[in-house]
Design a protein around this ligand. Sequence first.
Ligand code: F6R
Length: 588
Amino acid sequence: MCGIIGYIGKNNPKDILLNGLKKLEYRGYDSAGIALKNDNSVQVIKSVGKISALEEKLNREELISANMGIAHTRWATHGNVTLENAHPQVANKITLVHNGIIENTKELKEKFLPTYQFKSATDTEVIAALLDKFYEEEKDIFMALSKTLNNLKGSYALGILVSDINKLYAVRKNSPLIVGIGKNEYFIASDISAIINYTNKYMLLNDDEICELSYESVEVSKDGVIIDKEVKTSDLIDEDTTKGSYEHFMLKEIMEEDKVFEKTLDKYLNNMDLLLDLKNYNEIHIVACGSAMYAGMIGKSLLEEYADIKVSVECASEYRYKKIFYTDKTLVILISQSGETADTIAALRKANDASIDTLAIVNVKTSTIARLAKYKLFIEAGVEVAVATTKAYLLQVLLLVLLTIKTAKSKGLAVDVSEIKEIPKYLREIFTRKDEFRGIVKEIAHSEDIFFIGRQIDYAMSLEGSLKLKEVAYIHSEAYQAGELKHGTISLIEENMPVIAIVTDDDIKDKTLSNIIEVKSRGAKVILITNDNFLEKSDINIVVPKVNKLYQSMLVVPVLQLIAYYTAMMRGCEIDKPKNLAKSVTVE
Ligand code: F6R
């Protein structure tokens, strides 16, 4: 949601913090701020809007010479998007930045801060005021921090400056934060991409550990006891976090799909033992949010058809609160690119608490979900910066395909793996057809309402295509099971309304074709995405290479991603950072 970076060391923190914020901007971008500190003072500069607005302000202001600082890019939760609500938040001696949500601010205010004059509507200012109060009382920052954290309910990653201590403090609970280790310089960051220009060495912080960063060292402790932390090395390179020659990260990341597919396939196909055999489970719950959930719906179709296992798919925000009927042979599969999605974490904890086996399919290896799940499988997407997921979605599907293959084989069921290695070649072919897709989007770019229709696995792809279009091109669209349309919704079909129909599944192809005729006869303009060269022409036909059903969605969804991308381009949308959205949804 929000992005945090902090620095202490021999270099000027301003540029380091600003560069880090630019890398973290995908996490939230409605306002930003920075605090610089030297032995005598703390200077806070904030602005509403993108990081570029903060940069302009910093260029105009006279800045103190500093050797440490913290910075923040915000995705508003508590309080509107205003300068007062931007971080850092200050309370007397305490200046801090926060990612997460504190749920008991009302109680904290009443109990501890009844007369405090709050200047913002944020939960963050409550943390700052509380810590300042306890620091005033205890005269010891560790005691004050422990007391503060013991009273907070909710999630937090905090970077903290204390005006009379020349050190930087960091703590976290259910919200990501790493500690970067440079040469006589140290960092804190929401993720490694923010600091990879300076160091690839980092430590993971666990819940309730307190990290104290000084000019000479980093010390992590819990309940007063120093903890020996493992220093890890990231294989991320800076190139992964820049757009290169592409205008947008979204297009760059779609164009990387063939390579990341090969990388992930290589890892698992050559070593199928890495994959979990699902044959001993008799039901699977796939739990995730947004696109990750739609990847799960593809997985459901395939696992049920080829591996003969009952699968349900549910969005994590519902799953976490409803009654779940587990058996001792239930497996819960959590799918998450970031591994930090709050609802998915809660669903994972729910399954863990019930002692049910959990398997995480994740991209970010250091994430909370990767740490909490019993079994984990990593996709090799590299960094995904665009808010709309593309390459990670594709690899989530690939992992589910591989699990299907592994399980089907282990059960002695028929499954055809001959084509899987051909998928990258077909993807490259699709990527040469950009002009065709650019031409087609002229037909939809001026529409305000669009339907996607499909049946079974084609419906699961429709859901993802529709979400992408809403998200980046701001066109209202609905994905409908093709056969369900006539039970009410078809009344919305009007002359020239675009309907994108997906027809790849031979078993139910004829049925969807009848539904296409129904909408056409009510005036719809049908764009048909199919793997069948011989289908009667719709208004527009997009034909993708025909492959085994196991792999087909991985050749259709990239087309849907490109359609959403070019439509958004044509409509002049802010593609990589769509309005109101953030990449990693670390709040409920
Ligand atoms: C849509 C999109 C979101 C995410 C969802 C889950 O393009 O990116 O719907 O798929 O927020 O995020 P992760 O996978 O990080 O749990």
